[in-house]
Design a protein around this ligand. Structure first.
Ligand code: UDP
Length: 327
């Protein structure tokens, strides 16, 4: 079996590559290294089943040759984070829509057997219903969420019009080793672990009672594998732990002092996946408990040694546009 992973040098993509190689696949990675790191793949340097190409997936012509003989495609390449998406919407929409169409076209023209897309639960915005099912209204709150959702719509369109066997997985708060540290103020784990290493207090947003469906990365990539392996197509499925944990609980597990920063506009008080659909269609559910996942993060804390250490004042500067446009 030959699989192709776009964004394979990124956080979730690199874990996908590890799983596919462990399953005996030959793996082709396409990544322009704009936010991914080769360091996430350095342990694979001498693996003869692993092929890396530094290329921008928006260029359909350029990427086409790499799809020859590929059975499964996993499309992770995208731009992450809310703040830069508010500052530079054009780049985000191009990475979400144009790049996805380019990868879909290359897949279609090469007769790829399965296409799995990394969508985001941010499409639900602030939902009416918890746990949130796939049928909830689409309410993107910022360009990142819109871009990811546009990509998903393209995937479903290619599945319908061109019969490309495709599945879209809506991910809820994925965390794990190699969680991105691009320097941008972003996902809570990177922020807190760098603070812990520096002996600085955790910058808890609001009163910390808000909750997230934190999902461990090994469970997430297993869902992608199962989605490719299955025969279901044109389906959108939530991928979450189907539990929800408060930021205060996370702080309790990480152990350290707290400082408070203002609640951010447009942010839900809870994310919580209804996973009945993926349970039914793929027999998938998350296996790693939150407590176990957090202790694995602490074991790998050295990864965040060079990450920026945020404090209330630098967070206020970094989130200026967020409060300005969404407030
Ligand atoms: N959060 C926090 N302090 C931070 C960054 C995030 O308390 O410095 C909280 C934030 O309010 C949210 C949760 O952590 O409830 C997850 O935030 P993240 O940005 O990782 O994901 P998202 O908000 O997109 O779910």
């Amino acid at each position: 079996m030959r699989s192709l992973v776009t964004g394979g040098a990124g956080f979730i993509g690199s874990h996908m590559v590890d799983l596919l190689l462990a399953e005996g696949h030959e793996v082709v990675v396409l990544d322009n290294l704009s936010t991914g790191h080769l360091g996430n793949l350095s342990h694979l340097e001498n693996n003869s089943n692993f092929n890396f190409h530094e290329v921008d997936v928006r260029s359909s012509e350029e990427i086409k040759p790499y799809f020859e003989g590929v059975d499964w495609v996993f499309h992770f390449a995208a731009l992450a984070d809310i703040v830069p998406s508010i500052q530079r919407p054009l780049g985000y929409i191009r990475a979400g829509a144009d790049a996805t169409v380019s990868v879909l076209e290359a897949s279609r023209l090469s007769g790829v057997g399965r296409f799995v897309y990394a969508a985001s639960s941010s499409c639900y915005g602030i939902p009416d219903l918890y746990p949130t099912p796939e049928s909830a209204e689409i309410r993107p709150q910022y360009p990142y969420a819109l871009a990811k959702n546009m990509g998903e719509q393209c995937v479903m369109h290619w599945a319908r019009i061109y019969n490309l066997p495709s599945v879209s997985l809506r991910l809820f708060n994925v965390y794990g080793p190699r969680a991105r540290t691009t320097g941008t103020y972003g996902a809570v784990f990177g922020v807190f672990l760098a603070q812990k290493l520096a002996g600085q207090p955790f910058t808890v947003v609001g009163d910390g009672t808000q909750t997230r469906d934190f999902t461990y990365v090994s469970d997430v990539v297993k869902a992608f594998f199962d989605a490719a392996y299955a025969s279901v197509s044109s389906e959108i499925m939530n991928v979450g732990s189907s539990q929800t944990y408060s930021i205060n609980r996370l702080v309790e597990l990480l152990e350290g002092d707290i400082t408070y920063v203002p609640k951010r506009p447009g942010e839900p008080d809870c994310t919580f996946a209804d996973i009945s659909k993926i349970k039914k269609l793929l027999d998938w559910s998350a296996k790693v408990s939150f407590e176990e996942g957090v202790s694995l993060m602490i074991e790998n804390i050295d990864y965040w040694r060079d990450a920026p250490v945020w404090d209330p004042s630098s967070i206020e500067d970094a989130t200026k546009e967020w409060f300005e446009y969404l407030g």
